[in-house]
Design a protein around this ligand. Structure first.
Ligand SMILES: [Zn+2]
Length: 283
């Protein structure tokens, strides 16, 4: 199989710059409504890039954003993309009990479905916060009517990750449960390297990311799952004060290069929605 024939999955986590988990200690939730919102403008840029690149994607959307910007949700669906859930208020799953998690994902699903008029079957946990300690989350997702999740990152990272988890599609709670579709990693020298986007994609030269994705397509013969955020396309976003140098670096590194890198990715690979790449009923 050639690279051109493999359909990879492009995903976007629809949230604003002030909602990222690393800023949580500095920005109170009560203040979200008073901050200048950039998500609508940035989603329009993402939609234009996908359109130019003749690609479709899955948008894991926060209920909080959908409620305030229903037109954003409708534009995503009208452009032929898959609408999926990122939960309501960007609470990490690892900070919630079963009951609160169930309420959050049920509320988000209903909001997204009511606004879009289409069914929502996919979920991504904020900050990939499902791992060895809370695999019960997949049972709660099933009860809430979700069919797949893209929430377990099989890497070692200071804020998330489950390095021992399978690198490709699997059922963490057995068949008949929710299918887990992990963000892409490359197995190299006994470790799993992140190859799915985020700060790594902005930090490494583009050629390195392209090599990693090609390696998964060729060596593993598997589709990749890539992700980015609307705020990564926005070098002019308001700068957050008082954060650590590490957080500052991770959030702001190479934002000005992101747009051209996404264009390159869309040119070099074939991208589609998660449901069409992985869920047989939708193909
Ligand atoms: Zn998020």
């Amino acid at each position: 199989m050639t690279t051109a024939q493999i359909r990879n999955a492009m995903t976007i986590d629809v949230e604003d710059y002030f909602q990222v988990s690393a800023f949580a200690p500095h920005i109170l939730r009560e203040h979200w409504d008073s901050l200048p919102c950039r998500v609508e403008r940035n989603i329009d840029i993402a939609l234009a890039l996908l359109n130019e690149g003749n690609a479709h994607a899955t948008f894991f959307t926060l209920g909080w954003v959908a409620e305030r910007y229903p037109d954003v949700v409708r534009r995503i669906v009208d452009n032929g993309h898959e609408l999926a859930s990122h939960g309501y208020g960007h609470h990490r799953v690892s900070d919630q009990n079963r009951n609160d998690f169930g309420k959050d994902i049920t509320h988000a699903k209903k909001l997204l479905e009511d606004i879009s008029g289409s069914s929502v079957i996919g979920y991504r946990a904020p900050s990939f916060s499902i791992g060895a300690d809370n695999l019960w989350a997949h049972d709660v997702l099933l009860e809430a009517g979700y069919q797949y999740s893209s929430s377990i990152y099989p890497i070692r990272h200071d804020h998330y990750g489950m390095p021992e988890a399978p690198r490709f599609a699997h059922y963490p709670r057995g068949e008949g449960g929710v299918l887990e579709l992990p963000p892409t990693t490359v197995a190299l020298l006994g470790r799993n390297l992140p190859a799915a986007g985020g700060g790594y994609f902005r930090l490494l030269p583009y050629q390195a990311s392209r090599w990693l994705i090609r390696r998964v397509n060729h060596q593993d013969g598997k589709p990749c799952i890539f992700y980015f955020h609307p705020w990564e396309l926005d070098p002019d976003q308001p700068r957050q004060q008082g954060i650590s140098l590490k957080t500052q670096f991770r959030h702001y590194v190479n934002l000005t290069r992101m747009e051209s890198r996404i264009q390159a990715l869309l040119r070099d690979f074939h991208w589609d929605r998660m449901d069409r790449v992985f869920m047989k009923a939708e193909t």
